[in-house]
Ligand binder design. Structure first.
Ligand code: HEC
Length: 191
């Protein structure tokens, strides 16, 4: 009897530590994908603005970011996306329930003085479709983002006209540098 209890306690602990190991592994793999992705986007944005002004940088957020997210997703068999609570493109940027909850937690932490750069979430969750590893890292507004996501007076006539034409329901403006713009999210099916 006692043996049984000890054995099942041991098995339960082993199972728990296996889950923790997996979580750490998935988290490391996520960081290894997300960090270069964000760095490349920030660099591409600065380069495009320097070379051709904000209007030419539109392609970074519109074409390069979704293409890179698509490549990373295909190469790893996960889904990597950029999501936000206030989107410009609802097709690609809308947060699902887990992402909304996580972004709202980030907002609450930031409202209490937390630095968005220090936040990160990694979790294994059961969803109706199966078991998933979920990961998020905040996307923080930089100075180079205000030309298209900042206050009205920071957005040039030309950019405003193009945004208005392509995104008549744009909600992704009014941000200040340092604020939380959204998150890079990874959803990965596990067995
Ligand atoms: C030159 C204009 C421009 C600049 C500068 C810019 N963005 Fe964007 N951003 C856009 C456009 C256009 C979209 C919509 C892309 C699409 O159609 O999917 C977008 C979408 C996004 C999204 C996806 C969620 C959503 O709202 O649809 C995130 C996240 C984002 N931008 C973050 C940033 C960050 C962070 C920076 C600064 C490093 C930045 N952007 C700089 C134009 C810009």
């Amino acid at each position: 009897m006692q043996k049984h209890i000890i054995l099942s306690a041991f098995l339960a602990l082993t199972a728990l530590s296996a889950v923790a190991d997996d979580l750490d592994k998935y988290k490391e793999e996520s960081r290894a994908a997300v960090m270069p992705f964000m760095k490349a986007l920030m660099a591409a944005n600065m380069k495009a603005i320097a070379e051709g002004g904000p209007e030419s940088a539109i392609k970074v957020c519109k074409d390069i970011a979704p293409a890179m997210a698509g490549d990373i997703s295909r190469q790893n068999g996960w889904k990597l996306t950029r999501v936000s609570l206030k989107v410009r493109n609802p097709l690609l940027g809308t947060a699902d329930a887990w992402e909304q909850k996580t972004l709202m937690q980030y907002e609450a932490r930031v409202a209490k003085g937390g630095k968005p750069e220090t936040l990160e979430t990694a979790e294994i969750v059961n969803e109706p479709g199966g078991k998933y590893f979920r990961y998020m890292k905040p996307i923080v507004m930089q100075q180079g983002c205000v030309a298209c996501h900042g206050k009205a007076d920071q957005i040039s006539e030309g950019v405003r006209a193009r945004l208005g034409e392509e995104y008549p329901y744009d909600k992704a403006t009014g941000y200040l540098p340092g604020q939380l713009r959204g998150g890079v999210s990874i959803k990965r099916e596990i067995n």
